[in-house]
Ligand binder design. Structure first.
Ligand code: SAH
Length: 404
C-alpha cells in the first residue's frame, strides 16, 4: 500500500505493541484475537411496546384479548411521561389496568446501582436485565444539551485490547426495547430533577437531547435491533421519543457492510468510526476486526456515509502513549482523510482512559497537542473529546458492568 510507505522503517522497529496484564485476550483456533459476531442464545427478553411499531402494538393487545385502541394511551405514558406504573395512568379504566399495562410494558431492567460524579451532572447507571445480564449507561449534562451514552449489547465481541467491555466477551444482544428503555429511564431521572448542574431559575422541562451509542457493545453487530431502537427514538410523540436523528451518534469499530447499509436507511444519524490507527500495521493489533475490513475500506465506507447523508462523519482516535500518537501517524491520517475529499470529516481524539489489565496510558499533553496541531495544519477539523466519568469507571472504554 503506497501510503504505508510513509511508515519510517526505524519506527516500525520500535513500535510499542499492545500488551495486557492480569487478563488474557481470548484467541480463536488460529491464534488470532477471537471475534464474536453471533449473539449467544439466551432466554429472550419479554416483548415490550418499544420493540413494536404502532400497528404491532395494537395487534399485541388484541393477541392478549385487550382493547387495541389503548395502545396509543400507553405509548403516551411511556414516551412522554416516562412511566410504566399503572398507578400513574389514571386515564385508563381501573378495572383491568394492571393487566393492560403489564401486557405492553413488562419490566425490562432493574437499577442495581447508581454512581455520580462531576458535582452530580454525570451519572452512571448499572442495570440488570431479565436474565441477570448487566449493562451500563452514562448520563451527562453539558452546556445546552443532555447526552446519554447507551449500551447496545451486554458485553462486546470485538475484543479491542484497550477497552474494558471487550475483556469479558459478548453476553448477548440487547433488544430494541432494552436499548430504548435506557433513554426513557434516564428521562425520568432528569424530569425528577435528579441530574445535577441545572441552572438556577431554569423552568423548561428537560430531557435527554443527544444519544451516543458508545456504551457497551458494537451497535452494528446488533443491526436490526439498533435500527428499530433508532426509529422509535426519532418517531414523533406519542409513538416514540421525537428525537432528532442528527443528535443520535452511532459509533462502530468498522463493520463495513453494515456501515453501507446504514447509509441507505434514510435516517441521517451522526456516524463515528473508531479508527485509532491510520495504518493496518498497527490497527490489525489494536482493533481485531481490522483482520476483516482494512483501514482504507473502513474510510471509504465512512466517506460513502457522508455522500449518502450529507452528515459530517467523526473519526475517533484514542491517543495511547507511544502506541499510536506519533507525529507521522497524524500526518498519515490527515493524508488518508484528505485523499477522500475535504469538509466531510472531523477527528475526535480521545485521551486514553485507564482500564484494568491494560499496561499503557494516555499520551503526554505535548504529544497530544502536536498530534492535533498536525491534523489542523493539514486542514482537518479536530476536537479533543471531553471524556466524562473517569472517577466512576464511566468514561469511554471503561464500562465493564461489574457489580462489585
Ligand atoms: N463498539 C463501538 C462503541 C465503543 S465505545 C466502537 O467501537 O466504536 C466508544 C469509543 O470509545 C470507541 O471509539 C472506543 O474505541 C473508545 N474507547 C474504548 N476504550 C477506550 C479507552 N480505554 N479509552 C478511550 N477510549 C476508548
Amino acid at each position: 500500500m503506497p501510503a504505508d510507505a510513509l511508515v519510517p522503517p526505524a519506527l516500525r522497529d520500535v513500535q510499542v505493541r499492545p500488551r495486557t496484564e492480569g487478563w488474557q485476550q481470548a484467541k480463536d483456533a488460529a491464534g488470532r484475537p477471537l471475534l464474536q459476531f453471533a449473539s449467544p442464545k439466551r432466554g429472550k427478553p419479554p416483548t415490550h411496546l418499544a420493540d413494536l411499531d404502532p400497528a404491532e402494538r395494537r395487534a399485541r393487545l388484541v393477541e392478549l384479548g385487550l382493547p387495541a385502541f389503548r395502545a396509543g394511551q400507553i405509548a403516551r405514558h411511556y414516551f412522554t411521561r416516562y412511566t410504566s406504573d399503572p398507578a400513574e395512568m389514571t386515564d385508563l379504566p381501573a378495572a383491568g389496568r394492571e393487566e393492560l399495562v403489564s401486557g405492553l410494558l413488562p419490566e425490562l431492567m432493574t437499577e442495581v446501582r447508581r454512581f455520580t460524579t462531576d458535582r452530580g451532572d454525570t451519572i452512571k447507571f448499572l442495570w440488570k436485565l431479565h436474565d441477570g445480564a448487566l449493562v451500563e449507561s452514562v448520563l451527562m449534562r453539558y452546556p445546552g444539551r443532555i447526552t446519554l451514552c447507551v449500551s447496545s449489547q451486554a458485553g462486546c465481541g470485538m475484543n479491542c485490547p484497550f477497552c474494558a467491555t471487550g475483556q469479558a466477551g459478548l453476553t448477548r444482544n440487547m433488544s430494541a426495547a432494552e436499548i430504548v428503555d435506557q433513554v426513557v429511564r434516564a428521562n425520568r431521572v432528569v424530569a425528577d430533577g435528579q441530574l445535577g448542574g441545572k441552572r438556577a431559575g431554569e423552568t423548561t422541562p428537560e430531557r435527554v437531547s443527544n444519544i451516543v451509542f458508545m456504551g457497551m457493545g458494537e451497535p452494528l453487530a446488533n443491526y436490526n435491533r439498533l435500527m428499530s431502537a433508532v426509529r422509535t427514538m426519532v418517531a414523533p410523540a406519542p409513538d416514540g421519543l421525537a428525537m432528532s436523528a442528527r443528535h443520535i451518534t452511532v459509533s462502530t469499530v468498522g463493520l463495513v457492510p453494515a456501515i453501507r447499509k446504514l447509509a441507505d436507511e434514510q435516517v441521517p444519524v451522526t456516524f463515528a468510526l473508531s479508527l485509532h490507527a491510520p495504518d493496518d500495521h498497527l490497527r490489525d493489533e489494536l482493533i481485531p476486526v481490522n483482520s476483516r475490513w482494512k483501514v482504507d475500506e473502513a474510510l471509504d465506507a465512512a466517506r460513502a456515509y457522508f455522500d449518502a447523508t450529507g452528515r459530517r462523519v467523526s473519526i475517533e482516535y484514542a491517543l495511547i502513549k507511544d502506541m499510536n500518537d506519533h507525529g507521522w501517524r497524524a500526518d498519515l491520517l490527515a493524508e488518508k482523510l484528505n485523499a477522500r475529499g475535504h469538509g466531510w470529516v472531523h477527528v475526535n481524539p480521545i485521551p486514553l482512559n485507564p482500564t484494568p489489565g491494560s499496561v499503557w496510558t494516555a499520551s503526554e499533553p505535548e504529544v497530544q497537542r502536536e498530534f492535533v496541531r498536525r491534523l489542523e495544519a493539514a486542514g482537518i477539523p479536530t476536537t479533543i473529546r471531553d471524556t466524562r466519568g473517569k472517577e466512576i469507571d464511566g468514561a469511554c472504554g471503561q464500562l465493564a458492568a461489574a457489580d462489585a
